[in-house]
Ligand binder design. Structure first.
Ligand code: ATP
Ligand code: LTN
Length: 324
């Protein structure tokens, strides 16, 4: 049997090049080697308020972007998290073995809680639900961007604690980071991770941005006051642009851009990004022209994974002595 891969993206905000280079591109590359399940994690998205009519549209848009970015629904299961009840059910069972202190320590919780007037319990439980997403499929490989490493460590801690309390039940999942692009920074502030929820028009390159918008955003990206690229001492803004360019076009190495003036370099970066996103946008337009297609893909994904999820839930309930 092939090892299982699982990962997820929240259907909130606009997917950006950080999501693509940190996650989707990597998923498309590895999907053929494993049994792959990719989730649209709508239950995670609602840990901060989402307008209902926008959320339901975003779920389908995210699924279409998965496919446009190279996830093949004939090779991988594309699943909406809330359509498989076991995710939320397992999250509760895992909550009962998770010490509160582990959750308060999560840096993402601290950062997101700071921005909310009232902090919902869901925000604290977020990583337990993420552990459930992974453990319910006994996934052994989880391809994510670097920002998720702490959550994955927690998922392993929860699995270990469950296994030691109730006997070997869960497979230990390993984190799989991309070699280039594991942490793309914001264009407007290269000290902050590029993020869907950050404000500011010049912060992120959305996967659906057109060529003109991409050129403008990159032209305005924060750099430093040097005139040209000094490969010995690159500021964080230039280093980030080079990472983006390299991940889009591997011929753009550090050596190949040495001494280039910033204006010319930024044009080259924009060309590489546009060339990489163009076919994705074209495919996205084709896919979304047929409204029923996405629903069919999501239903197929759900049917494929339901028995796996049900099997784990029974195993866990039995291990805990619950009524099965
Ligand atoms: P939000 O700001 O709403 O939390 P996000 O932009 O961090 O959203 P997620 O849906 O949380 O996006 O992340 C989906 C995937 O994209 C995860 O695997 C995550 O690690 C990856 N990812 C997100 N941002 C980046 C980034 N800046 N660089 C590399 N990978 C990223
Ligand atoms: N928290 C993740 C999204 C996510 C996820 C998962 C990733 C939810 N469940 C399971 C990997 C495996 C994020 O990217 N913010």
């Amino acid at each position: 049997m092939k090892a299982r891969v699982l990962s997820g993206v929240q259907p909130s905000g606009q997917l950006h090049i950080g999501n693509y280079l940190g996650a989707l591109k990597n998923w498309a590359e590895i999907q053929g080697h494993y049994e792959s399940i990719f989730c649209i994690v709508d239950l995670h998205a609602i840990t901060v308020y989402q307008k209902p009519e926008e959320l339901s549209a975003k779920i389908r848009e995210t699924a279409a972007l998965f496919i446009a970015a190279g996830i093949d629904p004939d090779q991988s299961s594309i699943v909406v998290q809330s359509s498989v009840p076991g995710h939320a059910e397992l999250a509760w069972l895992l909550t009962c073995v998770t010490p509160l202190g582990w959750l308060y320590r999560m840096t993402q919780f601290k950062a997101k809680a700071e921005k909310q007037e009232t902090v919902g319990d869901g925000l604290l439980q977020y990583p337990v639900l993420m552990a459930a997403d992974i453990l319910i499929y006994q996934a052994s490989i989880v391809p994510v961007g670097e920002d998720q490493s702490q959550h994955l460590e927690l998922a392993r801690d929860i699995a270990q604690r469950f296994n030691s309390l109730y006997g070997e039940t869960f497979v230990m999942p390993a984190t799989h980071l991309p070699t280039v692009g594991a942490r793309i920074m914001g264009l407007d502030d290269p000290t902050q991770k590029m993020s869907k929820s950050a404000a500011g028009a010049g912060h992120a390159i959305a996967l659906l941005d057109d060529a003109k918008v991409i050129q403008k955003k990159i032209a305005r990206a924060t750099t430093d006051s040097k005139p040209a690229i000094d490969t010995e001492e690159m500021g964080p803004g230039i280093a980030n642009l080079l990472t983006i360019a390299q991940a889009c076009d591997s011929s753009l190495t550090k050596e190949s851009v040495a001494g280039m003036r910033y204006g010319d370099f930024k044009k080259r970066v924009a060309e590489a990004v546009i060339a990489r996103l163009e076919p994705i946008q074209q495919r996205y337009r084709e896919i979304t022209a047929d409204a029923a297609y996405i629903d069919g893909v999501l239903e197929r994904g759900r049917q494929h994974v339901l028995p796996i999820a049900e099997d784990t839930i029974s195993k866990v309930k039995r291990a805990m002595g619950l009524y099965v």
